[in-house]
Design a protein around this ligand. Sequence first.
Ligand code: PMP
Length: 287
Amino acid sequence: MTRIAHVNGRYLRHANAAVSIEDRGFQFADAVYEVCEIRDGELVDPTRHLDRLERSLRELRIRMPMSRAALLVVLKETARRNRVRDGSVYLQISRGQAPRDHAFPDPQLPPTVVVTAKPHDRAKGEAQAAKGIAVVTVPDNRWERVDIKSVGLLPNCLAKQAAVEAGAKEAWFVDADGFVTEGSSTNAWIVTRDGHLVTRPAEFGILRGITRTVLLEVAARLGLTVEERAFTPQEATEAAEAFITAATTLVMPVVSLDGRAIGDGRPGPTALALRQAFHASTERVPL
Ligand code: PMP
């Protein structure tokens, strides 16, 4: 099927969709993004994603290219034009196009907006969750502002590639103090032997994942205790369970870390129950 992208107000075939070589997203990774799940022909948690988008833009002093309502229309329309019922929609906003110069262009430019959508095979995701994934650890060598969802993802790409080369599906960053921060594109969680969920506080050092935020509500609904604190890889390998969260992977059980089995080496009941219960706590907007 022909893939359609939204670029600065126009819907174009991917082959014809382009931004300038002087776009600051391309030149400097001076851009932010969001990825929203699409499920059963509905956009999942658009309000939370747009809230985070606005925060990222504010932190970088990039202006909103259009109203939230208009952006929502573009997200839905791009998903519709690509006939995505289950999958994701990707939104990127850069500071715009200008002759290459590190300092912000003055006066401000119109931001560049790109939206794409792609389907995914839900059955495949479920099969993966039933098996669980392997994770490896890598040193966290990212900048301090990982709370901003910027497209500056080179360390994340290197980490994911290290995982792939080790036969794993995700890499967990470990900070200078020996604590797990988050995955290369996911948040990291463990379940202690007494059944408490543990995940790092989102004040510093990680992206405040939307899936993470929603899951904290799900956990409360299920009567689970959550400890927002950092944990080490050692604690993770001694935990009952571990899992990752993101809009595209949802709750995905982790069955080994650096080659050492977690729990009995199979997806744990808590992770699977949370995966099952997750969507009851999400906001859904029809396309
Ligand atoms: N951390 C990082 C570094 C990510 O890239 C992502 C996914 N964009 C997440 C966490 C999870 O965020 P969300 O639940 O909003 O997809």
